[in-house]
Design a binder for this molecule. Structure first.
Ligand SMILES: Cc1cc2nc3c(=O)[nH]c(=O)nc-3n(C[C@H](O)[C@H](O)[C@H](O)COP(=O)(O)OP(=O)(O)OC[C@H]3O[C@@H](n4cnc5c(N)ncnc54)[C@H](O)[C@@H]3O)c2cc1C
Length: 560
């Protein structure tokens, strides 16, 4: 091992140990499964010195325990017969473009899979060698994916050693340019907003800028630049939809100043990464920002008033996230209620209810939100508000005032963009007299965007423990999943709940990278009342993380 070309030697050795003949090896070669790679004499270079991103990819791969000789093979252009093609006249090997490499590996994998029914004359020991080739190809694909990601990361504000500004620092590590990140965030948000604006106007909707309030249930008054005389404009309406959202809650002794003490809306104005960020609040918003800033390289302290982070989430999922946070070096202060935050010089001091203090360069307050329902004329128009100030709505978004509907965070139903949009659609369909299915929160999927992510749908563990529904549960750690192993995923699980008798899938939890994408099959199962057998009998790709969802369904079938 250790030289280019060992792949062929290794497989040759495996083949002979397995009693596979030279003819079979020729057969693989003919299929393109084995590619003879020429040995390169002397000290060839692994990468172009100017290609700092690829250097960083190699360093990262080594840090993940992937051997340099494997990387060497990875970086070789597998289809290049002549490795002098790098264009610089040297006889060093030509590093493969990660995208091309990935495409090659996918082709190779497809070829292997196409051999499901092996041609005559190929024995089952051969199949063993081929299976190991699938694993090898997939493992390489995982590596290629990392390289592809690294290749595109400059645009996202990631800076590598050797990049402009880092050339002379031999100890430079991968860093983030927060100014670039935040400018990109705001530009994307603005572009999205402009797109929607244009589309609305294209559909014939008149957009009026200004602050609106109800003047009775059938009239809206707008105060703003587009108003008529004195900036005021009034609009009569048969139907009014109130969608005023919510704003960050503030504590009287921890008022955001926009510089060091920040709400989540102010965080995007930062130009440089906080040295030490104290996040107050470990709900979804606090946990997501703590996870993100920790990954960006800030020293993060998470102040949580509860026993564990993410108290509203599946307890097993919250345990995984808290474990990951602590393992990465984040300081998590449990059962610690923040009472006051003061600015001291260039930093902040957070005082806890028990008198302890926590110092930081910045503090993010993430202690909930308040609906924007004050001074909007709602009560006067006959719209009932709850004690928390949320608009009371039924499942078709009607308020207590005829003709007035409400949607989104101001209703306090479920603070998700997808739910806000659905409430709005339902309101409009209902007001136009369409047949409409009332909002069904059981089929809403949601994600906590930590790393790894937590995605959930349907009934949850707390409801099952409280006896609200009789259900069976299976939890499979991802550590046993082949794709997870290849991708170096160590944390996470798939959990499914099914009806104790009906065996219908009632809900599920996925904790994994991109769990937000993986939850969809479970959502489909919940929405269409599929049984564990329906899910267990469906094919999943091998290897894949979704394989664990089908496997969990098979375990539920077996335990039924
Ligand atoms: C940090 C964070 C991350 C989130 N991430 C996600 C996520 O990943 N996925 C997800 O599904 N949800 C997410 N959410 C929740 C999501 O943003 C909200 O559920 C969604 O935006 C609610 O939409 P809305 O229309 O009710 O309110 P908003 O999006 O807040 O819109 C309300 C609008 O009304 C305007 N307004 C208020 N009062 C008036 C008035 N009197 N006159 C005129 N205009 C007024 C406000 O300025 C605002 O523009 C996140 C929330 C936060 C805080």
């Amino acid at each position: 091992m250790g030289q280019v070309g060992d792949d062929l030697i290794l497989i040759g050795a495996l083949a002979s140990r397995a009693g596979v003949s030279r003819r079979t090896v020729d057969f693989y070669t003919g299929l393109g499964l084995l590619t003879p790679v020429r040995r390169s004499g002397g000290n060839f270079r692994l990468y172009r010195p100017s290609d700092v991103q690829r250097i960083e990819a190699v360093r990262r791969l080594e840090a993940q325990g992937i051997r340099l000789d494997e990387i060497t093979h990875l970086l070789m252009d597998p289809e290049a017969e002549d490795h002098t093609r790098c264009g610089d006249g040297s006889d060093r090997p030509c590093p493969a473009d990660p995208v091309a490499l990935k495409a090659y590996l996918i082709t190779l994998d497809t070829q292997v899979k196409a051999l499901g029914d092996l041609p005559e004359g190929v024995d089952h020991q051969t199949r063993g060698v081929l299976t190991s080739l699938v694993a090898r190809a997939q493992t390489l694909i995982a590596t290629a994916e990392v390289m592809t990601l690294v290749d595109g990361s400059t645009e996202l504000g990631v800076r590598f050693p050797g990049a402009p500004g880092h050339e002379r620092d031999p100890h430079a590590v991968v860093a983030v340019d927060l100014g670039v990140v935040n400018r990109r965030v705001k530009a994307l948000a603005r572009a999205q907003s402009d797109d929607i604006h244009r589309r609305l106007e294209g559909e014939g909707v008149r957009v009026v800028r200004g602050r609106g309030r109800l003047d009775g249930p059938h009239r809206v008054v707008v105060d703003g630049p587009d108003g008529a005389v004195g900036g005021l404009a009034g609009f009569d309406a048969d139907t009014v939809l109130v969608a005023v959202g919510a704003h960050p809650r503030v504590l009287p002794d921890a008022l955001p100043d926009g510089e060091r003490i920040l709400s989540w809306t102010q965080l995007y104005d930062l130009d440089a990464l906080p040295e030490r960020l104290v996040v107050v609040g470990s709900g979804v918003t606090g946990a997501e920002f703590a996870s993100a800033y920790d990954a960006l390289g800030a020293d993060v302290v998470l102040v949580s008033s509860r026993d564990r982070v993410l108290p509203g989430e599946d307890p097993d999922a919250a345990d995984v996230i808290e474990g990951v946070f602590r393992r990465r070096g984040m300081e998590v202060l449990s059962r610690s209620r923040a009472q006051a935050v003061t600015r001291v010089g260039d930093g902040v001091v957070v005082t806890l209810a028990d008198g302890r203090t926590v110092e930081g360069s910045h503090c993010l307050m993430a202690v909930g939100s308040i609906p924007n329902t004050a001074a909007v004329g709602l009560s006067e128009a006959g719209v009932s508000l709850s004690e928390s100030g949320h608009v009371q709505v039924d499942r078709v978004s009607r308020t207590t005032a005829r003709g007035v509907y409400a949607a989104g965070d101001c209703t306090g139903v479920l603070a998700l963009a997808s739910v806000a949009a659905m409430q709005g659609r339902i309101a409009m369909w209902h007001s136009l007299g369409d047949a409409v299915a009332p909002l069904d929160l059981r089929t809403v999927s949601a994600t906590v965007f930590t790393a790894p992510e937590i995605a959930t749908v349907g009934w949850n563990a707390a409801q099952i423990d409280a006896g609200e529904v009789r259900a069976r549960t299976v939890k499979l750690p991802l550590a046993t999943n082949a794709r997870a192993k290849m991708q170096g995923i160590h944390d996470g699980f798939v959990k499914l709940f099914c009806g104790a008798r009906s065996a219908e899938i009632l809900g599920g939890v996925v904790v994994a990278p991109r769990a937000s994408e993986l939850i969809f099959p479970v959502t489909l199962a919940v929405a269409h009342r599929l049984t564990v057998d329906d899910v267990a009998q469906a094919f999943t790709v091998y290897p894949s993380l979704t394989g664990s969802i089908a496997e969990a369904a098979r375990r539920l079938h077996a335990s039924g």
